[in-house]
Design a protein around this ligand. Structure first.
Ligand SMILES: C=C1C[C@]23C[C@H]1CC[C@H]2[C@@]12CCC[C@@](C)(C(=O)O1)[C@H]2[C@@H]3C(=O)O
Ligand SMILES: O=C(O)CCC(=O)C(=O)O
Ligand SMILES: [Fe+2]
Length: 367
């Protein structure tokens, strides 16, 4: 039986609450959705992004790799322009996403994700780690979405599936190109990577997120703070603000929507591969008082059987490997169990003077 990414959650089924209320029509935030108001929870505009903003990189710039390396070290997130993904495809994906989320609740539930499954309609998996519900709904595609989409539109599933397939193809090529640039910025050539010839044989998923407008956005949470379990994530957001990243572990900074631009996030697997030089970025999505927000995340990971471990070129006596090898599938299972402790659970005790200190209990035992 071949190994499949969709089996990652089999050992950690979660019975997620499906939204029992229609978020589009409520006038007040119910208690089960009310998060403590956060002092650093800017309600979308007016925060400091004007003085210290997420880098924007023009992919046609000859210095793109260098700029990206700097952005990865200092931010862990950047936006890209001139990426070559046609605008009409981005608009098509947004249109299909809106079409899906505007279906009646009963119809969407026909395509519900199963508790041990990866694909389908539902609330984000991470919501099981929080006491309050999220102000969002999602549709996850890993592999072919056709069985789930048939439940939504029994007579008309082709349009949605065709557009998503086209989009995934474009995203796969773009992600492979971004990986090459990022590796280049670390001094790594394609040949230095065992699976360098397979950057386009990636495993990947697509996550459509919908955030209805909210009567009290400071008390609701669209998507709680998390890092992605990917190498990198390419995110399309519509023209409504909502995505925020934690800068220097202290400040939430809004990633402003730029027409036609795409956001690139560093995920945990690139963090491991780069031996911590390109740290994964903690991010969240807040909601808006009057506007509905839609985002589409392309979750790019390595081919199925590849073990990800710190690149040997980045490891020496002064920089010992900080993480043990993991496959993407294994890491997703670890994330499902340990959530924000997943990265430290695969961390090797850092040797202090070249020797492994057996008394160092910093690492978490997994099993
Ligand atoms: C390939 C992936 C990556 C997943 C799990 C699986 C399918 C859905 C992805 C997300 C999308 C929403 C945030 C997140 C944190 C979540 O809950 O589901 C992501 C998670 C991860 O990056 O860990
Ligand atoms: O909606 C957003 O901007 C963030 C989505 C996200 O973080 C995800 O899907 O992993
Ligand atoms: Fe994310």
């Amino acid at each position: 039986m071949p190994s499949r990414l969709s089996d990652s959650f089999k050992a950690h089924p979660v019975h997620l609450h499906q939204n029992h209320i229609d978020l589009q029509s409520v006038r007040e935030v119910p208690d089960s959705y009310a998060w403590p108001p956060l002092a650093d929870h800017p309600s979308s505009i007016g925060d400091s992004y004007h003085v210290d903003s997420v880098p924007v990189i023009d992919l046609s710039d000859p210095n793109a790799a260098e700029l990206m390396g700097h952005a990865c070290e200092t931010w862990g997130v950047f936006q890209i322009t001139n990426h070559g993904v046609p605008m009409h495809l981005l608009e098509g994906v947004e249109f299909q996403g809106r079409r899906l989320f505007s279906l009646p609740a009963q119809q969407k539930l026909k395509a519900a994700r199963s508790p041990d499954g990866i694909s389908g309609y539902g609330v984000a998996r991470i919501s099981s780690f929080f006491p309050k519900h999220l102000w969002s709904e999602g549709f996850t595609i890993v592999g072919s979405p056709v069985e789930h989409v048939r439940q939504l539109w029994p007579k008309d599933h082709n349009k949605f599936c065709d557009i998503m397939e086209k989009y995934e193809k474009e995203m796969k090529e773009l992600s492979a190109r971004l990986m090459l640039l990022m590796l280049g910025s670390l001094g790594i050539a394609k040949e230095d990577l065992k699976w360098g010839a397979h950057l386009k044989d990636a495993c990947a998923g697509l996550q459509l997120n919908s955030y209805p407008s909210c009567p009290d956005p400071n008390r609701a949470m669209g998507l709680a703070a998390h890092t992605d379990s990917t190498l990198l994530t390419v995110l399309y957001q519509n023209s409504t603000t909502g995505l925020q990243v934690l800068k220097d572990g202290t400040r939430w900074v809004t990633v402003p929507p730029l027409p036609g631009a795409l956001v690139v996030n560093i995920g945990d697997l690139l963090h491991i591969l780069s031996n911590g030089r390109y740290p994964s970025i903690l991010h969240r999505a807040v909601v808006h008082r009057t506007r509905h927000r839609l985002s589409v995340a392309y979750l790019y990971g390595p081919p199925m059987n590849v073990q990800i471990s710190p690149l040997s070129k980045l490891v020496d006596l002064k920089h010992p490997p900080l993480y043990r090898p993991v496959t993407w599938k294994e890491y997703l299972g670890t994330k499902a169990k340990h959530f924000d402790k997943a990265l430290s659970s695969v961390r090797i005790c850092a040797p202090r003077s070249g020797f492994v200190d057996m008394n160092d209990h910093n690492s978490v035992k997994v099993g």
